[in-house]
Write a protein that binds this ligand. Structure first.
Ligand code: SAH
Length: 262
């Protein structure tokens, strides 16, 4: 259990992938104790039963480090601040932005009681929708090149394919970047078997969850949007057919050499 907190504080929280049932009790507790909620507007809107006395600081999705600085200033003034992310706050989200702001910011911010409260990240909720595709070794790559170069992304994709990791792709598509997922599939087709499985999981962990299961050869980038995680199987990832439902997908923990493996 965490120590009690008597002055201003900042906690970076993750709401989980969407449904309130996947928000942890520890995160709910931080929300109920906060005086200020800071984050991207649609995430703040997901919080039910906000106190009228709670101040909301909604902002655009892109200005993460400035938003983190604003949150740190509030905490330094004695406010109890929850910085809100979707999923897990440490996965392509606000926690790193808070630490980046602290590292570059006012030295007094290093005395603030800053904590991170984990959440269920999209890739875990997506995996659970289809079975256990992350049962073996896996990696997560964000396809967004807002904060890093496309050359870095393709280098990591190639290395992940060569290492036969299961690959979870976050931020697979946006209106500003319509071609990147298609380019990523092209690159992977040159390095992996066309029979390797690809799962498009949209709105994982919510009532609207939708899964499309296909192969790398057939994968169509148009099936992904900004609420989709794309999971690309390793050579070991396999399906179990079911008579009346879509197949389960799993990656065995044990290496099955010569049984569909590389
Ligand atoms: N911190 C978040 C990720 C933020 S990046 C987390 O841990 O989940 C935003 C990307 O996350 C989206 O583009 C999408 O790829 C993925 N994502 C978020 N919620 C999702 C959901 N419910 N289902 C599928 N993908 C989701």
């Amino acid at each position: 259990m965490s120590a009690p907190r008597d002055k201003g504080w900042l906690t970076v929280i993750g709401l989980g992938p969407g449904g309130p049932h996947l928000t942890t009790p520890a995160v709910m507790n931080v929300i109920s104790e906060a005086t200020d909620l800071v984050g991207y507007g649609p995430y703040l809107d997901r919080i039910e039963g906000q106190e009228p006395s709670q101040r909301r600081h909604a902002s655009d999705n892109r200005v993460e480090v400035e938003r983190a600085g604003e949150a740190l200033r509030l905490a330094a003034e004695g406010r109890r601040v929850a910085v809100v992310s979707g999923g897990d706050p440490g996965v392509f989200a606000m926690a790193a932005a808070v630490f980046e702001a602290i590292e570059a910011g006012d030295p007094a911010w290093r005395n603030i009681d800053v904590r991170v409260e984990p959440g269920v990240t999209a890739m875990l909720a997506a995996a659970a929708e289809v079975g256990a595709p992350l049962g073996g070794d896996f990696c997560a790559i964000s396809l967004s090149d807002n904060l890093k170069s496309w050359a870095t992304i393709t280098r990591r994709l190639a290395a992940a394919a060569q290492a036969d990791f299961v690959i979870a792709l976050y931020n697979p598509a946006s209106r500003a970047r319509p071609h990147q997922l298609g380019e990523a599939f092209e690159l992977l087709r040159g390095l992996k078997s066309g029979d390797d499985l690809v799962m498009f999981v949209r709105a994982a962990g919510t009532k609207e969850a939708r899964v499309k299961l296909t192969t790398l050869a057939e994968a169509d980038a148009a099936d992904a949007d900004m609420r989709t995680v794309v999971i690309i199987g390793s050579s070991q990832t396999r399906t179990i057919d079911r008579p009346d439902a879509q197949p389960w997908v799993y990656t065995p923990r044990r290496e099955m050499v010569g049984e569909g493996g590389a």
